[in-house]
Structures are given as C-alpha cells and as structure tokens.
Design a protein around this ligand. Structure first.
Ligand SMILES: Cc1cc2nc3c(=O)[nH]c(=O)nc-3n(C[C@H](O)[C@H](O)[C@H](O)COP(=O)(O)OP(=O)(O)OC[C@H]3O[C@@H](n4cnc5c(N)ncnc54)[C@H](O)[C@@H]3O)c2cc1C
Length: 334
C-alpha cells in the first residue's frame, strides 16, 4: 500500500507499476489533508548547486539529473522549459558572486532591461516550470489500470501492517508512507528510532503566494520565466497563462490561511522593482501550501521498519527529489 497523493506518490507509482509482481493499492484523502503538491509554485532548477560540496547538494544534483532524464525520455504533460533569472543589486554582489560565477549585467540584456528596475546583475538558469495538476493527471492516466486507487483517511497502522481506514480495514505486506508532514501521526511502535528522531527534528513551513490568470495578449512573452528579485519571485507560466508572485516562508507554521501582509509586501516590492504592469493586488488569488522541511534540510526516503518505507521532508526540491526517491525505494521491491 502507498499512502498519499502528492508528487512523492505520483513518482513512486510510476516505478512500482513497472513491476508486474506487485499489486499496489493507494489511499489518500486530499480534501482533508490538502497536498502541498497542488499548492505550490514548483519549478525545477539547479540554481548553481554542484556536487561534492554537501550531502544535500549531492542529493539535489542527482535528483535533478534523474528528473531531467525522465523528462527527456517521457516528455510528461505539465512540465515546460523556460528560464529563471536570479537578480541582485550592487550591495549584494559578494553573496551572489560566491554562488554564481558566470553572472551577467542586466544592462546588457534587452529582455531583462525592459522588465527590471534598479537591479544590476543576473544569472540565468535553465528551469522546468511544473503545472502540478496537469502532471498529476498525466501520471494518473498511466497508472489508472495498474494501481487500485481508494479515497480514504488512514487512521491507524499497526506493527503487522494491519491498516484501519475510513474506507475499511486492510492487511498489506508492505506500506510506503508518502504523507509528508503527516507521517509522524501514522507510525506504529516498530519504526526505527533514527527515523523518529529525524521526524521530531523536522518542521512544517507554510508558504503563501499570489496567483492570477493573465490573458495572453497582455503578456506577450515567448516562454515561461521566473524573475527572482533577491528572494522574491515573479513567475510567468506561459503555457498556463498564469502569473504567480511569492512566496512567504513561515517556519513551524501549518496555517493554511495566506499571510496577506507579507504577500502585500512582496507584491509592492516587485511592483516597485519592475516595469511589469501587475494586476491589482485584490484581484489575485491567495494560495498556501505547507512544506515539510527535514532535519538539517535533508529529505528522507528509505526503509523505516521490516515492512514499512517512507518518503518525506522533500521541502523546496520535491519535484526533483521525488524522482530519485521513487527509483531508489522501488529497488527494494525487485
Ligand atoms: C509556495 C511554495 C513553493 C514551492 N516551490 C517549489 C519549487 O519551486 N520546487 C519544488 O520542487 N518544490 C517546491 N515546493 C515544495 C513542494 O510543493 C512540496 O515539498 C511537495 O509538494 C511535497 O510533496 P509530497 O508528495 O511529499 O507531499 P504532499 O503533496 O503534501 O502530499 C501528502 C499526501 O498525503 C496525504 N495524507 C496525509 N495523511 C493522510 C492520511 N492520514 N490519510 C490519507 N492521506 C493522507 C495527503 O492527502 C496528500 O495527498 C513549494 C512549496 C510551496 C508551498
């Protein structure tokens, strides 16, 4: 059994469904436990991260490569290529210089000069813009006949994998939790102490952003882009005709209500720093997702007891981590 209906489980189903010896049931309850995967400004982008610097960096690079390979092979719906421009001013030069050696001047770039005020330097990254709903539907269409999908709340899982749910009681050979920040509440006593320690030192991090549909005529650009003003993002998703502005990062917070004051601050900042004619603040929809930040920011995937596994703590790199996590976990089932 897999529990959860976010990017962690979508990728996992892709790998598990390749094994004809497995019979997989999935249970999730998205209207009660709202998936972060559908309330996200997700973009896959390496942002200057290189291998050999830290364990987290290594995971980010390996996962990104796994994702890119999947993209090249399968051309999934809901993933679009574009560009992310990390931008900064003179006074932040040292901080960003360390990270991005091959940076450029905004003045030398006619596209950016026409959109951005006050900022001096930029680094451009190839980026993949994710439309999570479309990607979910694409995955689902591939797995519809291979996985038994059930809608229900998982209430209790015991040591022997007997599972109580709102849609019945079941016995499973193996269970994989793709339940992000909710994982802790579902675990039985047989679970590895190191994993419990990891979860006890992980946290919820709420992220709010603004979103609006933009008529294509008023935003006539050739591809999706993300303008990053230091840490504030202005994301144009051409294929969806959507503009997003954000996002907030509220530590140890699981409030699904948007932080309007902070959003207004970000909106004002972007308006002040760009020539883009933004729609009025009040016209934007305010959205919030709750990320799960693992201990030391590290993601977790692996075995947690004799017949239980978990994928969680995917935080801000979920849409690439999930691809590697799925590949590595599914090897345990060969
Ligand atoms: C503003 C914002 C911007 C972001 N930007 C990026 C980005 O640019 N790139 C990136 O990679 N990531 C980004 N993220 C993070 C990313 O969206 C999340 O880390 C990711 O969606 C987590 O996926 P998941 O599958 O682990 O969990 P979720 O999507 O949260 O799914 C958890 C699932 O578990 C189910 N569940 C839990 N408990 C139970 C239960 N008891 N019974 C039944 N079902 C249960 C839920 O219903 C849900 O389906 C961003 C997040 C936010 C909020």
């Amino acid at each position: 059994m897999t529990i959860g209906d976010g990017i962690a489980s979508w990728c996992l189903h892709e790998e598990l469904s390749k094994n004809p010896m497995l019979e997989v049931t999935n249970i999730a309850k998205n209207d009660l436990f709202i998936p972060c995967s559908l309330n996200t400004t997700s973009i896959n982008c390496l942002r200057g991260v290189e291998k050999g610097v830290s364990p987290l960096g290594d995971r980010i690079v390996d996962s990104f490569k796994t994702f890119e390979h999947f993209f090249d092979q399968q051309n999934p719906q809901g993933v679009y290529q574009g560009c992310e421009y990390q931008m900064w001013k003179e006074d932040n030069l040292q901080k960003w210089q360390k990270r991005y050696s091959g940076y450029n001047k905004i003045n030398d770039n006619p596209f950016l000069s026409s959109l951005v005020k006050d900022y001096k330097f930029y680094f451009s990254n190839n980026a993949y813009f994710i439309d999570p709903l479309k990607l979910k539907q694409w995955f689902r269409s591939r797995h519809e006949n291979l996985i038994h999908f059930k809608e229900g709340i998982v209430l209790k899982v015991d040591n022997s994998n007997f599972v109580k749910t709102s849609c019945g009681d079941f016995q499973f050979d193996r269970i994989i939790f793709c339940t992000s920040r909710h994982t802790r509440h579902l675990l039985s006593d047989d679970v590895d102490q190191n994993f419990l320690y990891y979860l006890d030192h992980s946290k919820d991090v709420a992220g709010s952003y603004l979103e609006i549909n933009i008529p294509e005529q008023s935003f006539d650009f050739k591809e999706s882009f993300n303008l990053v003003f230091d840490q504030f993002h202005c994301i144009y998703r051409k294929e969806q005709s959507v503009l997003q502005i954000g996002s907030t990062t509220l530590n140890r917070c699981a409030l699904e209500l948007a932080h309007e004051k902070q959003l207004l601050h970000i909106y004002d900042y972007i308006q002040k720093s760009s020539f883009i004619e933004l729609p009025l603040f009040a016209r934007f929809q305010q959205k919030t997702g709750i990320r799960h930040k693992g201990f030391k920011r590290l993601p977790f995937w692996g075995q947690i007891s004799a017949n239980k596994f978990a994928i969680c703590g995917l935080y801000k790199n979920a849409f690439s981590f999930a691809f590697l996590a799925a590949k590595e976990i599914s090897r345990s089932f060969d």
